[in-house]
Design a binder for this molecule. Structure first.
Ligand SMILES: *[C@@H]1O[C@H](CO)[C@@H](O)[C@H](O)[C@H]1NC(C)=O
Ligand SMILES: *[C@@H]1O[C@H](CO)[C@@H](O)[C@H](O)[C@H]1NC(C)=O
Ligand SMILES: *[C@@H]1O[C@H](CO)[C@@H](O)[C@H](O)[C@H]1NC(C)=O
Ligand SMILES: *[C@@H]1O[C@H](CO)[C@@H](O)[C@H](O)[C@H]1NC(C)=O
Ligand SMILES: *[C@@H]1O[C@H](CO)[C@@H](O)[C@H](O)[C@H]1NC(C)=O
Ligand SMILES: *[C@@H]1O[C@H](CO)[C@@H](O)[C@H](O)[C@H]1NC(C)=O
Ligand SMILES: *[C@@H]1O[C@H](CO)[C@@H](O)[C@H](O)[C@H]1NC(C)=O
Length: 270
């Protein structure tokens, strides 16, 4: 009887625990994120201080865009909400995060390299924003990454070769940025049966080159081609001026012959 009561009490206590306890890491993550974001359309009106301090009730979430799993933030989907501002590096405090979707907003600033501490992250969708700077190579530490979608941003620099080490990566899109340099073969021509990423992953980056992008017309102007064109046009102008000189000589020769003819006509015959 006593054991049974204790068991029931124990069950009640463990069931009540997720209700009352909030995770300090999730709180730090969400409070910092809400501070770094600007929300002009008030889409995040229920991201109140008290909700951010206690965002999850088991599997239910109190805040817009969040999904919870056992009292921890597990997914954040804040896409297409006209959000401005930047991505807080303290987002890395949401250590149970598996999917982060901040796509189709007006976010600026860099992709924080601290996202490397999100060791459970499988989906990263930051597409269609105004993010700048380089793609952090530290993302290669998020070993579970399946999806990296960064298309339509203002990212610069080279594509980190290390991202090719992510063996679970099945979607990779960095099209329409300002990336430069060679496309790492670790992504375009991956070894074994890892998925290879075709040209559509890389389109729309003016200074990005190499397989699988088709060679660009003006980039095809190699040193040899430039020297060739120089020599060729030199030769053409040489031939042209030579021809002009020849024609001029011919004309003057004809004129002289004609003059001679006139002179000989004027001369009386003996
Ligand atoms: C949040 O992350 C920072 C940096 O990784 C760490 O120092 C801190 O202990 C974490 N947790 C909280 C509650 O701030
Ligand atoms: C981030 O969150 C932590 C914990 O809540 C807090 O101590 C820190 O001041 C916050 N940082 C910023 C920049 O708001
Ligand atoms: C928070 O707001 C969203 C809409 O913005 C709504 O769907 C959700 O039910 C709200 N959550 C709570 C707990 O009020
Ligand atoms: C984005 O939101 C606007 C309204 O805020 C809506 O008209 C549009 O269809 C949404 N786009 C997508 C792709 O969901
Ligand atoms: C990322 O988000 C955009 C728009 O919000 C969507 O169109 C795209 O399919 C998403 N990417 C992936 C890989 O799901
Ligand atoms: C892809 O890699 C293989 C060897 O791993 C190599 O033979 C082939 O030429 C490469 N293809 C391209 C287009 O770089
Ligand atoms: C590239 O691969 C994707 C699937 O990953 C496919 O849907 C698309 O048609 C391919 N595009 C080209 C240009 O081959």
């Amino acid at each position: 009887m006593v054991g049974c009561t204790l068991l029931i009490l124990g069950l009640l206590a463990s069931a009540a625990l997720p209700l009352s306890s909030s995770d300090p890491n999730d709180e730090a993550c969400l409070i910092n994120l809400s501070q770094s974001l600007e929300d002009p359309t008030n889409s995040l009106h229920n991201w109140t201080k008290s909700n951010l301090a206690n965002p999850c009730n088991g599997f239910n979430s109190y805040i817009h865009g969040a999904t919870c799993n056992s009292g921890r933030i597990y997914k954040l989907s804040l896409n297409n909400l006209s959000l401005r501002g930047s991505i807080s590096p303290f987002l890395a405090n949401c250590t149970n995060l598996q999917a982060l979707d901040l796509s189709s907003n007006f976010l600026t600033g860099p992709i924080p390299s601290d996202l490397q501490y999100l060791v459970n992250l499988a989906v990263l969708n930051l597409s269609a924003n105004r993010l700048t700077d380089q793609i952090p190579q530290e993302l290669a530490f998020c070993a579970y990454l399946n999806v990296i979608d960064l298309h339509d941003n203002l990212l610069t620099g080279q594509i980190p070769q290390r991202l090719g080490l992510l063996v679970r990566l099945s979607t990779f899109d960095v099209s329409n940025n300002h990336l430069s340099g060679p496309i790492p073969s670790t992504l375009a021509n991956r070894s074994g049966n890892l998925p290879k990423f075709n040209a559509s992953s890389f389109y729309g980056n003016k200074d990005l080159y190499g397989y699988p992008l088709a060679p660009m017309k003006n980039r095809g102007l190699s040193v040899i081609a430039i020297v060739g064109i120089g020599l060729g046009s030199g030769l053409v102008s040489l031939v042209l001026s030579f021809t002009a000189v020849c024609i001029w000589l011919k004309i003057t020769e004809r004129k002289m012959v004609a003059e001679e003819g006139k002179i000989s006509q004027l001369m009386p015959d003996y």
